[in-house]
Write a protein that binds this ligand. Structure first.
Ligand code: HEM
Ligand SMILES: *[C@@H]1O[C@H](CO)[C@@H](O)[C@H](O)[C@H]1NC(C)=O
Ligand SMILES: *[C@@H]1O[C@H](CO)[C@@H](O)[C@H](O)[C@H]1NC(C)=O
Ligand SMILES: *[C@@H]1O[C@H](CO)[C@@H](O)[C@H](O)[C@H]1NC(C)=O
Ligand SMILES: *[C@@H]1O[C@H](CO)[C@@H](O)[C@H](O)[C@H]1NC(C)=O
Ligand SMILES: *[C@@H]1O[C@H](CO)[C@@H](O)[C@H](O)[C@H]1NC(C)=O
Ligand SMILES: *[C@@H]1O[C@H](CO)[C@@H](O)[C@H](O)[C@H]1NC(C)=O
Length: 348
């Protein structure tokens, strides 16, 4: 019997088969080298999700923040060291990225089954997909074979991630810089249908605008008053751990209600509201309000494109043993290159 999820995966795979062309990643990359990898990873995500459904938005955003900074190379997972502040500790990531421990558990599971084979960048791509499915979105097959980077710098995160005050043209050009279209940007913003935000990402919209009440006119008044009760003036500094839901209609369902809220002035960030300020982008928003099916399919397609930004190829980079730590130099040329007789003997 074919499960509904398997059916959905098959349908999207057919729709998306063109998306992987030109990239050096393949569906089924681990079929011979680590056939249980995707199952093991899915089980870790599902277990964590049952305990806290916030794992799903966390993984989806983590993959986005990985891919936009030095490509999808797992660099967002690397810990800072005394000499160097890593991507994960840059303002757009710390403290908002969460559940790094769940990635560690997935990595531990695949390392136990097939040591040194599955990259952290691929693990994150699989986990993001599994998170979409667990939240009710459409599944898709993830081409794999990404290599892990050996560099992670705070400055790269600051320079490459769009911010919550970005306007429409800034958002379009940020995504264009990653070869993603305006429609990719609008559909990927639909990930804000699940998850939470800290007050600092939108508090200026509640108090600091040049209007009689200080509230951003693009925000619903009722919603602004609700948000003020959660995020008092100054909550930028004093409420660093307070968070609020981003889609107040269906906060944990991967559906099109983000767009429904958006068109009712319930978009949480200026960058969300910005999608209504340009007629072309607004038409895309409206199409996703009208058709959830269109949103679901286009979201999967855009995730596949995002997952192929600036990939390391061949023997570039490495298969990181611990997602938080660059391999010691003795491992640096990795499993697939001939880095000495010792490795060749062990591999044969
Ligand atoms: C279009 C430009 C985007 C901007 C400016 C933006 C900005 C933000 C901000 C400021 C937060 C809240 C962080 C916090 O304060 O806690 C957030 C959360 C989130 N974003 Fe975006 N985002 C964008 C696009 C995306 C994309 C492309 C994805 C994924 C495909 C995504 C997925 C998420 C998710 C799932 C959350 C919730 C995270 C959680 O609950 O842990 N965003 N975003
Ligand atoms: C369950 O979720 C809570 C809240 O996120 C977290 O503190 C706890 O460590 C999680 N437990 C497990 C076993 O993952
Ligand atoms: C968007 O931001 C850019 C750069 O900050 C600015 O030059 C432009 O005028 C802004 N566009 C609008 C419509 O506000
Ligand atoms: C975008 O496409 C161009 C032309 O194909 C390519 O040279 C460039 O590396 C791509 N950039 C990214 C971020 O994928
Ligand atoms: C605030 O709005 C007033 C009235 O519209 C305008 O005269 C003033 O220049 C604005 N100030 C700023 C900083 O934009
Ligand atoms: C909130 O914090 C951000 C980042 O530190 C800063 O850019 C912004 O001006 C602050 N806003 C307020 C209202 O303090
Ligand atoms: C709206 O966005 C589209 C897509 O990026 C762009 O081509 C168009 O110039 C923008 N329109 C306006 C009025 O800014």
């Amino acid at each position: 019997m074919i499960s509904p999820v398997a059916m959905k995966v098959a349908v999207v795979a057919a729709l998306l088969s063109a998306a992987a062309v030109g990239a050096c990643v393949d569906v089924g990359f681990y079929d011979t080298t680590c056939p249980t990898a995707e199952t093991l990873i899915q089980q870790v995500v599902a277990t964590a999700f049952r305990n806290d459904s916030g794992v799903a938005p966390a993984m989806i955003r983590m993959h986005f923040h990985d891919c936009f900074v030095r490509g999808c190379d797992g660099s967002v997972l690397i810990d800072s060291t005394p000499g160097s502040t890593a991507e994960k500790d840059a303002i757009p990531n710390n403290p908002s990225l969460r559940f790094f421990d769940v990635i560690d558990r997935a990595k531990a599971a695949v390392e136990a089954a097939c040591p040194g084979v599955v990259s952290c960048a691929d693990i994150l791509a699989f986990m993001a997909r599994d998170s979409v499915v667990l939240s009710g979105g459409l599944g898709y097959q993830v081409p794999a074979g990404r290599r892990d980077g050996r560099v992670s710098l705070e400055i790269d995160a600051l320079n490459n991630l769009p911010g919550p005050t970005s306007n429409a043209s800034e958002l379009v050009s940020s995504f264009a810089g990653k070869n993603l279209t305006a429609e990719d940007m609008v559909v990927l913003s639909g990930a804000h249908t699940i998850g939470v935000s800290h007050c600092s990402s939108f508090v200026d919209r509640l108090y600091n605008k040049n209007t009689s009440d200080g509230i951003d006119p693009a925000l619903s008044k009722a919603y602004a008053f609700l948000l003020k009760s959660i995020c008092p003036r100054g909550s930028n500094q004093t409420f660093p751990t307070t968070t609020t839901l981003m889609d107040i209609i269906t906060p944990t369902r991967f559906d099109n209600k983000y767009y429904v809220g958006l068109t009712n002035n319930l978009g949480l960030f200026e960058s969300d509201a910005a999608l209504l300020t340009n007629a072309t982008l607004k038409a895309m928003v409206d199409s996703f309000v009208r058709s959830e099916a269109t949103f679901r399919t286009k979201f999967a397609r855009a995730m596949l494109k995002m997952g192929q930004i600036d990939l390391l190829s061949g023997t570039q980079g490495e298969i990181r043993r611990n997602c938080r730590v660059i391999n010691p130099s003795s491992f640096s040329s990795s499993s697939s290159s001939s880095s000495g007789p010792f490795v060749q003997v062990a591999a044969s």
